[in-house]
Design a protein around this ligand. Structure first.
Ligand SMILES: *Cc1c(COP(=O)(O)O)cnc(C)c1O
Length: 423
């Protein structure tokens, strides 16, 4: 019972947050509630508008518990949520309400965070190579913290936003087998660091710390963060050797995945901070998690809009695909999970428990052959107007969808839920 009242209290706070206020938030039980909620959306949509359009469910209860996990495991590391991962306003609003700050990479991302009433002091313009007009915008709005890894960026900052505080982005020694590597694109190399610090000094720019990103979607907990934190320590030392004002901010970037791996990454980070930075009183440690807060909070439902039977094989067309939410298969090198929701053909048991399965291929709606979600997976027999439900679809999905071929996946609606534990 305690669990219910605690969660409900959190829900009460969160539903008044900007980005959420005015939208319907449905409270659902953690066990089994989601399936019933998906079914009710499908049948209400069918009555009101003919239905059949794909949709997301964002579980704000998941966002709250992820923030609790973060605060427990990394209490000294303040998160700046990386907006590019998923800019849904209810996600941004709930994170703002829970005390997070924001990593923005462009003018539009800064605008969307400011429009929620978030102070510019809670924004890190974490893009080492920014268009000049976006720098001028940040200066006008009072966004006063950014990253750089080149001499040209320092020249731009000196002309357009000379009072901005800077973090030097370094390339971490290892990428930890990340699915999406960043080290070839961003991060100063070891022999570039001293010249960059000296150049900042000569331009009277203020370099207040170091940032890195180990790459996204890797197996963490294997020494990657430790190596990067050790490299950052060396940059703090170079800065004092060169006579720069004492650095005070360490930004450990993103690369976190929720679940058991998170604790492994967190304990590696705690130990490395202790080993390399315990002698830095007042050190401000920040991070830029994207995937951690977005991935497991969103579930996608897409309808079966076509079927072809070829002997024992089944082929289905659904109304979202690689040019929409499943662009994560291409760009994020993701593998999507899915479960059936056979509301049209097996409404009494839409999960089709115990039913025979067939080797099945699922295509997206566009006429491009590339638009194939998966091939040869076992699924029960489905029909047109049945649904497929894709869990953990919040990271690098809707954010990069397109309207290619007239299927406008940028417009997929998000319904808000708040799961509560009733045990
Ligand atoms: C994409 C990105 C992030 C978020 O990375 P995750 O792996 O999703 O946590 C953080 N910082 C920067 C600079 C990024 O480009």
């Amino acid at each position: 019972m305690v669990a219910i009242s605690r969660s409900s209290a959190a829900a009460a706070g969160i539903i008044a947050a900007s980005g959420i206020k005015g939208r319907t938030v449905t409270t659902i039980p953690k066990d089994g509630g989601l399936t019933d909620f998906l079914r009710s959306i499908i049948s209400i949509d069918k009555e009101s508008s003919g239905g059949g359009e794909p949709f997301y469910v964002l579980d704000l209860g998941t966002v709250v518990s992820l923030m609790e996990t973060w605060s427990k495991s990394l209490p000294t590391v303040h998160p700046f949520y990386a907006v590019k991962c998923n800019p849904e306003s209810a996600l941004l609003g709930s994170l703002a309400h829970l005390g997070a700050s924001f990593d923005c990479a462009s003018r539009a991302e800064i605008e969307s965070v400011l429009s929620l009433g978030v102070s510019p002091a809670r924004i890190l313009f974490a893009n080492p190579c920014k268009p000049e007009s976006h720098i001028a915008y940040a200066a006008a709005k009072g966004v006063n913290l950014t990253t750089f890894d080149s001499a040209d960026e320092l020249e731009k900052m000196s002309r357009l936003h000379p009072n901005c505080e800077l973090l030097i982005r370094i390339k971490p020694p290892e990428d930890g087998g990340a699915r999406c590597q960043l080290g070839d694109k961003y991060g100063a190399l070891p022999d570039e660091i001293d010249p960059l610090l000296a150049k900042a000094q000569s331009l009277r720019l203020s370099v207040v710390g170091v940032s890195f990103h180990i790459g996204s979607g890797g197996e963490t907990g294997s020494g990657t963060y430790r190596g990067a934190i050790e490299a950052a320590r060396a940059v703090f030392d170079s800065a004092s050797r060169l006579g720069l004002p004492r650095m005070h901010t360490l930004d450990i970037g993103g690369g976190f995945t929720s679940g058991p791996q998170f604790e492994a990454a967190a304990s590696e980070i705690r130990a490395a901070l202790d080993d390399y930075f315990s002698g830095e009183p007042g050190l401000n440690v920040v991070s830029e998690p994207g995937r951690f807060f977005a991935e497991s909070a969103f579930t996608l439902a897409a309808a079966v809009i076509g079927r072809r039977v070829r002997g024992e094989r089944r082929e289905y067309w659904i109304n979202d695909g690689l040019y929409g939410s499943m662009n994560c298969i291409l760009y994020d090198h993701a593998t999507v999970k899915c479960v059936p929701l056979a509301v049209a053909s097996n409404g009494l048991d839409p999960k089709c428990e115990g039913k025979p399965t067939f080797s099945s291929t699922v295509f997206g709606p566009t006429c491009d052959g590339l638009d194939t979600v998966f091939t040869g997976r076992q699924l029960p027999e489905l029909g047109v107007n049945d649904w497929l439900v894709f869990p953990d679809m919040g990271a690098y999905t809707a954010a990069a969808g397109s309207n290619f071929n007239g299927f406008d996946t940028g417009r997929i609606l998000t319904h808000l839920a708040y799961t509560v534990d009733q045990s």
